[in-house]
Design a protein around this ligand. Structure first.
Ligand code: FES
Ligand code: FE
Length: 376
């Protein structure tokens, strides 16, 4: 009789260099952030024609603007004349066109070159060909997702598919109508850690009992350290005495209208690789977008989204926002505590994952596959 040995309790993490090596970060920029769909902007932040925002996608600056027809468009933030950056501001509003401050080449909001000094004396210029370089844009969950790849991967498979894989079907996330929710609060965290430490942390709950007392009070099953959120379709149940997803378990707001009984009093977490976390609770949605800026620095924009009538009523969101804000601060402190050790000789060949963290190794396999090898 043959016996199948139990899998080992401890399996390897990535080596420390994956979190510190600028060359690995450069490959991640090229093969992940500049190749996959990247969640960039909340569409409602650009509320009228001419409203724009600039975002870093991999090594590029991208300009997202609402055109006069109300459509969102994205362009590389580079003047086609001699390459000056068109917009230096993070956000703003132009009246009718985008004008380069260097020699005043002027572009329509659809990207076409419409004016330039002495343009009339250059009749051979093709104004469309000399227009801004467009970037693919899709809207989903009320966000503009951008892709810099010449041939973008299937949005349905790689983005929507992540939610389907986690929740069991697409309807489960659609019921929250995230695209119709209003922004209640936004907090931007400047985290001195590699983006993968933040992803790995989000994927496990081994740390919940140690660093998230408030979260564990609301979601008692998190105290066990088992990442229940990773069983397909499972949402962590609120504790019996808990009235809402708030910092002290007090009442939240009314359940979002299409969220069903089966999703009530439950928390679902979805990771959309490479840089997005979606957290679903009955009365609001919390969405994290990461902007990896360097191998040891990641800006995280976190939005708390509520039914529009809740935000319009001026209701006090403090207790609702405070729960996940504390979770964020606790998580990011842990990541920042970990980052410097990635360069230590003690971590040269990495650390270990315990059984409740083993699923993180799928992320590592996916990552090293995309980067084309596990070494530097
Ligand atoms: Fe923009 Fe010359 S570089 S107008
Ligand atoms: Fe955490």
């Amino acid at each position: 009789m043959t016996t199948i040995p139990d899998p080992p309790s401890l399996i390897a993490t990535l080596p420390g260099s994956f979190y510190t090596d600028p060359e690995i970060f450069r490959r991640e920029q090229e093969r992940l952030f500049e190749s996959m769909w990247f969640c960039a902007v909340r569409c409602s932040d650009l509320d009228g024609p001419g409203a724009f925002r600039t975002v870093r996608v991999g090594r590029e600056s991208v300009l997202v603007v609402r055109d006069r027809g109300g459509r969102l468009r994205a362009f590389l933030n580079v003047c086609r004349h001699r390459g000056a950056r068109l917009c230096l501001e993070e956000s703003g509003e132009v009246r009718r066109s985008l004008q380069c401050p260097y020699h005043a080449w002027t572009y329509d909001l659809d990207g076409r070159l419409i004016a330039a000094p002495h343009l009339g004396r250059m009749p051979d210029i093709d104004r469309t060909a000399q227009g801004l370089v467009p970037v693919e844009l899709r809207e989903w969950l009320g966000y503009a997702w951008l892709c810099l790849a010449d041939e973008p991967p299937s949005f349905e498979e790689t983005v929507v598919g992540a939610a389907v894989e986690r929740l069991g079907d697409a309807a489960a996330i659609e019921r929250y109508r995230v695209e119709d929710l209003a922004l209640g609060r936004r907090v931007t965290y400047d985290v001195k850690a590699n983006w993968k430490l933040i992803v790995e942390n989000f994927m496990e709950c081994y740390h919940c009992g140690t660093i998230h007392p408030e979260l564990v009070d609301v979601l008692p099953e998190f105290a066990t350290g088992y990442a229940a959120q990773y069983y397909v379709g499972h949402g962590a149940a609120f504790g019996e005495d808990v009235k809402g997803f708030t910092v002290d378990g007090s009442e939240g707001f009314a359940r979002l209208p299409e969220v069903g009984e089966d999703q009530d009093r439950r928390y679902y977490a979805v990771t959309v690789k490479p840089t997005v976390f979606v957290n679903l609770v009955p009365d609001h949605v919390i969405l994290h977008r990461m902007f990896p800026l360097a191998e040891d620095r990641t800006v995280v924009e976190c939005d708390w989204l509520y039914a529009p009538d809740v935000v319009e009523s001026g209701a006090d969101l403090t207790k609702s926002v405070e729960l996940f804000h504390r979770v964020n601060v606790q998580d990011f402190e842990a990541c920042e505590r970990t980052q410097p050790s990635m360069a230590s000789r003690a971590y040269r060949s990495g650390g270990v994952l315990v059984p409740t963290e083993h699923h993180i190794s799928h992320f590592h396999t996916w990552l090293t596959g995309r980067l084309g090898g596990s070494g530097t």
